[in-house]
Write a protein that binds this ligand. Structure first.
Ligand code: 6PG
Length: 250
C-alpha cells in the first residue's frame, strides 16, 4: 500500500541538502540496525553533488560504511573518468572521502561501448547482489532521484522506450533529444524501493514540479509522476525556489 507522499518544503538549497543528508543518515542507521545492511542508489546530475559533499563532511565518523552498499539509478554512456560520469561525480564529492570498502561500490559498466550489454551486466549485478528469483525486483532501502525541467528522472525521459519496461531491472534507453543512450533503472525497480527521495532545487524546476505534484497531464509526459513506491515512502525535498509554482496547500 503506497504511503502518503511526503513533501518536505525547505527554504534554501543548503537547508534542502541538510534535510536530505539527515534522511540518508537516518535511513542508513535504521537499515543496518534492522537488516544488517543499507542499500542505496545514488542519483546523478548537479543537485545531489552538494548533498554528497555534506554527507562526506558531516557523517564520515559515525556511519557503518562497511555495511553500506552503493549503486547508481542511472549513468551516462561514458567512461568512469568522463566529466559527465555520475560515478565520477559521486566518487570525487563523496565516496573517495569516506571509509567505504571498494567492494561495496557498484558502478555501472558504462565504459562498455555496447550500451545494452552494459545495462544487462548491471542487471546481473543487481540480481546477484539481491539474490533475486526470476521476476523479482530488488528492494533498495533508499533511491535518490533528481528531476529535470522536462520531468525526467533517472534516465527515464518523456516519450522514451524505457518508460514502458515492466520486467527488466536495467535498460539502455535511447534519448533522442540528447542523441545518446543512457543506462537506467526501470520504473519497477524505482517503485519497489523502501524509500524514494527526490531532490529538487531552483526556479528552473518550479513549473515542472507543479505539473508533477499538482497537474493532471498524463504521467508519461512527466515521468517523475510515474514514481510511486508500491510499498514504501516517497519524499520530495524541495527548496523555496522549486516550490514557487506550487499551491499553498500542497
Ligand atoms: C542524470 C540524473 C538526472 C538528473 C536530472 C536533474 O544522470 O543527470 O540522473 O535524472 O537527476 O537531470 O539534474 P540536476 O539535478 O542537475 O538538475
Amino acid at each position: 500500500m503506497s504511503a502518503p507522499v511526503e513533501l518536505r518544503r525547505l527554504t534554501t538549497p543548503q537547508d534542502l541538502f541538510q534535510a536530505a543528508a539527515e534522511e540518508v543518515i537516518r535511513d542508513a542507521t535504521n537499515a543496518v540496525a534492522q537488516r544488517g545492511r543499507f542499500t542505496i542508489a545514488l542519483s546523478g546530475g548537479s543537485t545531489p553533488k552538494n548533498l554528497y559533499t555534506l554527507i562526506a563532511a558531516n557523517a564520515s565518523a559515525n556511519l557503518p560504511w562497511d555495511r553500506m552498499f552503493f549503486f547508481w539509478g542511472d549513468e551516462r554512456h561514458v567512461s568512469p573518468d568522463d566529466p559527465d560520469s555520475n560515478y565520477r561525480m559521486a566518487k570525487e564529492s563523496f565516496l573517495s572521502k569516506v571509509a567505504i570498502p571498494a567492494g561495496n561500490i557498484f558502478p555501472v559498466p558504462a565504459e562498455n561501448p555496447d550500451a545494452p550489454a552494459a545495462a544487462e551486466a548491471y542487471e546481473q549485478t543487481l540480481r546477484r547482489f539481491f539474490a533475486l528469483a526470476p521476476g523479482e525486483f530488488p528492494r533498495f532501502d533508499l533511491i535518490l532521484l533528481g528531476m529535470g525541467p522536462d520531468g525526467h528522472t533517472a534516465s527515464l525521459f518523456p516519450e522514451t522506450a524505457a518508460l514502458q519496461e515492466k520486467s527488466r531491472l536495467v535498460v539502455a534507453n535511447w534519448v533522442e533529444k540528447l542523441q545518446t543512450s543512457r543506462i537506467t533503472f526501470t520504473l519497477p525497480v524505482l517503485n519497489a524501493a523502501r524509500c524514494v527521495a527526490f531532490l529538487v532545487s531552483g526556479t528552473d524546476k518550479a513549473a515542472v514540479l507543479h505539473e508533477v505534484l499538482e497537474g493532471n497531464a498524463p504521467a508519461e509526459k512527466y515521468p517523475s509522476k510515474l514514481v510511486r513506491p508500491s510499498d514504501g515512502r516517497l519524499i520530495w525535498f524541495v527548496d523555496r525556489a522549486a516550490a514557487s509554482g506550487l499551491s499553498a496547500a500542497a
